[in-house]
Design a protein around this ligand. Structure first.
Ligand SMILES: [Zn+2]
Length: 220
């Protein structure tokens, strides 16, 4: 099975595009205090990775849902690679996943898992770029295991390819990438689109509209 050509490197489509404005960016909810300084600094300069609130919540929900049974989860991060003022960055808009075989102790992510995912993506017709993958380490903390590094080297060897690792028990999220063979950590921001309400969980009360405008009672 042939992985999507985007993963091979040369034909990554980049578009000139302004990153999300600062007022539509936030640190992810599990950012540790000692990383706040780095986050604030990059906020002014620009991140190399922006994760949509939707993608972030899907990843978190996926990992949290399987935290009790300590099953690892994984999926692909879909979005695009862009440039702005000579800087390149990746945006993750959504994620995709499939049924997973996971044990309670450890899960190795075989190529077959990815192939199944790629197959399911092939049929969508959706214009996407795979900008990385995510998986969970329930209770094991965030790091790149030797298996994870092989996966990264095999499938996601571009510097803008991201490996997000989430530990739903320790409440940690880290992103890693390959820099000429070396695994490095990458700070990222969560963003939301203009029309999205970032205050999820709060409700906006709407006044009922009456069918007869003449019977409209004064507001109070
Ligand atoms: Zn891992």
């Amino acid at each position: 099975m042939r992985p999507p050509s985007i993963l091979s490197g040369e034909d990554v489509r980049t578009e000139e595009r302004e990153p999300p404005p600062q007022e539509r960016q936030a640190a992810h909810k599990w950012l540790k205090e000692d990383a706040l300084g780095r986050y604030s600094k990059l906020r002014g300069v620009g991140f190399e990775l922006y994760l949509s609130k939707l993608a972030e919540e899907k990843i978190r929900n996926h990992a949290v849902k399987n935290a009790d049974t300590k099953r690892e989860v994984m999926g692909l991060m879909l979005g695009g690679i862009y440039t702005f003022n000579g800087r390149r960055y990746a945006m993750v808009r959504d994620v995709a996943t499939t049924d997973l075989e996971a044990s309670s102790v450890h899960v190795r992510f075989h190529r077959e898992s990815f192939e199944k995912l790629f197959d399911s993506l092939d049929g969508t017709g959706f214009d996407y770029v795979i900008v990385g993958w995510y998986h969970s380490h329930p209770g094991h903390k965030c790091f790149m295991s030797s298996t994870d590094i092989v996966t990264q080297q095999t499938l996601f060897d571009l510097p803008l390819h991201n490996a997000l690792v989430i530990d739903p028990i320790s409440r940690e999220i880290e992103v890693y990438y390959l820099d000429q063979g070396t695994i490095r950590a990458r700070d990222f921001a969560v963003y939301w689109d203009e029309y999205e309400n970032p205050y999820h969980g709060t409700t906006v009360r709407r006044r009922m509209l009456r069918s007869d405008p003449n019977s409209m009672a004064p507001a109070h």
